[in-house]
Ligand binder design. Structure first.
Ligand SMILES: Nc1ncnc2c1ncn2[C@@H]1O[C@H](COP(=O)(O)OP(=O)(O)O)[C@@H](O)[C@H]1O
Ligand SMILES: [Mg+2]
Length: 971
């Protein structure tokens, strides 16, 4: 019998009783029936410390514990993480069936053989873990998940979902919001929160017994329960500061502060120490032998001493490794260096890694600035070794890097061709690419031209976790180096250009488009019309779309007779930002039906995407949900995993507008995390839209503004970021609600200058409504009327209802209650019909408020009775801020804020925080009208008042608001 981990205490941890209990609970469950858990939390919050405690407890209870740690700047050698994890089980490989055994041997570098399929490696790893767990409980602990190499992360993600029913558990730690190749969708997560106040104080007392009490309270205040900060902040102070003989520096946000703290501490070290830390950071494993060789001296103790003294790094004499106190210090060591220092460090490492050709080649590749055939050929060789392990994306990335570094055109093109071929050959995962490739094989003997393979390679690469920039290099290399003459009739070339356009779009950065436009301009006699049309309306429609509309009209007139699904797909692409998808619906449905009957998966997916988009805008949300679910299923089943993000985006959109905020944010977070390491910036841009809508639905206008401007800054419609067109009105509304009148006006101006109204009827409505929202009270009504009188307003029920809501809100504040009720009623009915719950609630609240057209006597008395400061505090509390937040803003103590609120309640005749908002609305009404450009100004820091308009109310939350909280009680 093994002892249960729960019997054992945790050594060395302050606080964390509940957290450790929870993890032990997971562990206890996992060793009986299997399972996986993701531990998330801020850097330094104590994830690693907790994993250590659990690992100790588990080992003591007789469980076999396997551990693996991801390392930033490790040169992403494929399967190095899996090797680390499974190495102790090498002796069990022989127990697997032959296919699994061989696949794992090759992947882990224990043996040679044909490159194993990724799925096979994954199921082999699972089989191995299950096999060993059958003998006795097993726990696999993965720390710093985002830095695990791509190939291993894929396998671990697969395994994590399939441990149920075994006696093996997988516990992985990951920084909140970090991006990774590990697919976390659907895995249970546990967020590690900061330490409670008492535990934080205890930790500081234990480590810094002599700290001045006032300094200590500042440290506690700034660190907010983050153990790393609690330990670091006092450490970074001078003796004089610690004893309060000298004042402390001013406050910074913690994340930035910690990084800055480390970077400045690394920067202060002597040059030799910094150089050593940089080497150790870039080397990855901390292997003392390698570092000694790279420095050229045996005795590194003197060099390292200052870093040890400062508790940044130390030498572990047992494992013969240099270890960093925290991964943030590793980052700081790199951040504190110059590009040429980094190049020299890579060079030195390459020179001593002669026995590890892959790592050597990668370091050399990093060290190179000029083309160099020797390095290129080493990378080339290393790519083939990696290929043997079946890591296609890494092999292609290495080969394209080799091509970049090739001085000769012939070598360059050969390497590109091979990269493209490998990309395309690694099929199996994606049928349409296989068929494409087969078609090309049959097409003729020019098969060595990368141009033939590059488009197929694109899909395979993207689907297999390749990076957009690698694909981009591959395609531009193939196009620029091809033996063609830029003839517009050259279908191979034109296909490659389509693929390049898609890649540029996904990358979402202006500069990616340059080589595309260059090639397009060289096509003779002229670019193919459909390609040109698509580019004008899809790449940067804000600038080039409107001029292309006559050509779109022509294409739309014939698309219903079109049989070629490729043409249908591309006309639909051109119609998307012009909001003309409705006219392609019927042909798109044909593609869907063909897909359902077993046709090409990719066509099916793209048609589903377009239909989802059209459904969302037309308020057909039920169908949108069905099609998004179908899209996700098809993308999994038919090997188009890459496209999953688009359907998750639609699910996130729907969840946001329907008030399922948690789901929406989780999906958006998944997309953002997935897209980051792959360079798919467009997916990230898309994912911000549901975040904007969720924030608006919850009345968090500040956050909505942040997300909207992350897509494109206020005052610009970012070049080649077409999706920013879809949040123009959201941005303006959020800006006005957060008193950023100038930003709102600049954005309206940008819409007018780009004349987005000419591009699409829907955008025309959004542009007019945006102008109305940002306008002064006198101009607003006419502008709202104009927006609502535009011809297609009834075709976009959600957009239309939002315009009516904004109009109604504005009218109500202008005391036109009867008129405002008409628009609010219409908005309410539309939101209810759509199922847009948070929006319906907002319309309802506004409607209720229209009931008070005259100043109620109680409100009049209240307005007179409140002191300016009480009114100010009451307003902030009504906006949903906690006492602590209000205190920070007004430089008061939370206790004082509570005291004020206790006095405010009876004056307003209310008994709860929840009633504040309505009471203040009444006060607002009693105080109107006010001059434009100035709110109810009271002394002290800025009050939460809009700069313009009468009585625009504060941020409101539909859920999680201040309801039921008493005045003095903080949240
Ligand atoms: N509960 C705790 N009690 C004492 N020290 C802790 C505690 N949690 C974390 N630490 C210390 O704080 C520092 C940061 O913790 P760590 O586990 O590395 O954070 P993370 O892995 O979340 O980035 C480490 O030095 C660790 O030993
Ligand atoms: Mg950690």
């Amino acid at each position: 019998m093994t002892r249960q981990a729960a019997d054992l205490p945790a050594a060395g941890l302050t606080g964390r009783v509940t957290e450790l209990d929870f993890l032990r609970g997971f562990f206890g469950q996992a060793v009986v029936s299997g399972g996986a858990l993701l531990l998330t939390g801020d850097p330094g919050v104590g994830k690693t410390a907790l994993l250590n405690a659990l690992a100790d407890a588990a080992s003591a209870a007789g469980t076999m514990v396997l551990r693996v740690v991801g390392v930033e700047f490790d040169t992403d050698v494929s399967f190095s993480g899996l090797n680390q994890a499974l190495f102790p089980l090498a002796g069990d490989l022989g127990e697997l069936d032959a296919a699994h055994r061989d696949a794992l041997r090759v992947a882990l570098g224990f043996g040679a053989g044909p490159a194993p399929d990724r799925l096979l490696v994954s199921s082999a790893a699972l089989a191995l873990l299950r096999h060993v767990a059958a003998r006795g409980p097993l726990l696999l602990i993965v720390d710093d998940l985002p830095w695990i190499d791509r190939a291993s992360a894929g396998v671990l993600g697969f395994v994590a979902r399939r441990l149920v029913g075994s006696r093996a558990g997988l516990l992985a730690a990951c920084r909140t919001g970090a991006q990774s190749y590990f697919d976390r969708a659907g895995l249970p997560e546990y967020e590690l929160k900061p330490l409670h106040d008492a535990a934080a104080a205890e930790l500081v007392d234990a480590r810094f017994p002599g700290l001045d009490p006032l300094v200590k309270s500042r440290v506690l205040d700034v660190a907010r329960g983050n153990p790393l900060a609690l330990l670091e902040l006092p450490q970074a102070l001078t003796d004089a500061q610690r004893s309060a003989a000298e004042p402390l520096p001013s406050v910074l946000p913690l994340g930035e502060r910690l990084r800055e703290l480390f970077t400045s501490r690394v920067a202060r070290l002597p040059p030799a120490t910094r150089a050593l830390l940089l080497l150790a950071a870039l080397e990855g494993t901390g292997d003392l032998r390698v570092l000694r060789a790279a420095v050229g001296r045996d005795d590194l103790l003197d060099d390292l001493a200052p870093a040890e003294r400062d508790q940044l790094a130390r030498i572990d004499e047992n494992s013969r490794q240099v270890t960093f106190r925290h991964p943030l210090i590793r980052s700081a060591a790199v951040e504190a260096s110059t590009a040429s220092e980094r190049r020299r460090a890579h060079q030195a490492l390459a020179a001593v890694l002669a026995d590890q050709p892959e790592r050597r080649a990668l370091h050399l590749g990093e060290a190179c600035v000029e083309p160099d055939e020797e390095v290129a050929s080493l990378l080339d060789e290393a790519a083939h070794r990696i290929l043997a392990r079946g890591d296609y994306p890494a092999a292609v990335a290495m080969l394209t890097r080799a091509a970049d570094l090739s001085p000769g055109a012939a070598e360059r093109s050969r390497r590109l061709a091979e990269a493209a071929y490998i990309g395309a050959e690694a099929i199996g995962e994606m049928r349409s690419a296989a068929q494409l490739l087969e078609g090309m094989r049959q097409a003729g003997p020019q098969a060595s031209d990368p141009l033939h393979y590059a488009p197929a390679a694109m899909f395979v690469m993207l689907n297999g976790d390749g990076h957009v920039d690698t694909v981009h290099r591959l395609l531009t290399g193939a196009i620029e180096g091809g033996g063609h003459r830029y003839e517009a009739g050259d279908t191979v070339l034109v296909n490659a250009l389509w693929s390049l356009a898609m890649t540029c779009w996904l990358g979402g950065r202006r500069e990616l488009w340059d080589p595309f436009y260059t090639a397009l301009a060289r096509l003779s006699p002229a670019p193919p019309p459909l390609l040109a049309l698509n580019i004008d309306l899809f790449a940067d429609p804000a600038r080039t779309g409107a001029a292309a509309l006559p050509r779109l009209e022509a294409a739309l007139r014939t698309v219903h007779q079109e049989a070629d699904p490729n043409v249908i797909e591309n006309v639909a692409g051109a119609a998307m930002y012009a909001d003309r998808l409705a006219e392609v619906r019927e042909p798109l449905w044909r593609s869907v039906r063909r897909g359902r009957e077993g046709g090409l998966g990719r066509r099916h997916l793209v048609a589903l995407m377009d239909l989802c988009t059209d459904d969302f805008h037309r308020g057909e949300w039920g169908e949108a949900a069905e099609l998004a679910a179908e899209g996700l299923r098809v993308s999994e089943e038919r090997g188009g995993r890459f496209f999953g993000w688009y359907f998750r985006y639609h699910q996130a959109l729907l969840a946001a507008v329907q008030g399922r905020f948690g789901t929406s944010r989780a999906l958006a977070g998944q997309i953002i995390g997935w897209a980051g390491p792959r360079g798919v910036r467009t997916a990230q841009v898309f994912a911000h839209q549901p975040l904007v809508l969720a924030d608006l639905g919850q009345g968090d206008f500040e956050s909505a503004y942040q997300h909207a401007t992350a897509m494109s800054p206020a005052g610009t419609l970012a070049s080649h970021v077409p999706h920013c067109l879809w949040v123009v009105m959201d941005l303006v509304e959020a800006a006005v609600r957060t008193h950023r009148q100038a930003e709102a006006e600049r954005h309206v101006q940008a819409m007018a200058e780009a004349d987005i109204a000419a591009l699409s009827p829907r955008l025309a409505i959004l542009a007019a409504a945006s102008a109305a929202i940002a306008a002064a009270d006198e101009q607003a009504p006419a502008l709202f009327e104009q927006a609502l009188s535009l011809p297609t307003v009834d075709q976009w029920p959600f957009d239309g209802a939002r315009v009516r809501l904004a109009y109604g809100e504005r009218l109500r504040r202008a005391r036109a209650a009867a008129e405002s009720r008409i628009h609010l009623q219409a908005a309410l009915a539309a939101f209810q019909k759509l199922g847009a719950a948070p929006w319906a609630a907002r319309a309802e609240r506004e409607l209720r408020a229209t009931g008070r057209t005259r100043m109620p006597p109680a409100a009049a008395r209240a307005a007179a009775a409140l002191t300016p400061q009480e009114l100010q505090i009451a307003r902030l509390a009504a906006s949903g801020l906690t006492n602590k937040q209000i205190a920070e803003r007004l430089f008061l103590s939370p206790r004082t804020v509570g005291g004020h609120l206790y006095r405010v309640f009876p004056k307003l005749g209310i008994t709860s925080r929840a009633a504040l908002r309505d009471a203040l609305d009444a006060v607002d009404d009693s105080l109107a009208p006010r001059p434009l450009g100035r709110g109810l100004q009271v002394g002290g820091p800025p009050v939460e008042r809009p700069p313009r308009g009468a009585g625009v109310r504060f941020a409101q939350r539909d859920g999680g608001g201040p309801a039921g909280r008493e005045a003095g009680q903080d949240r």
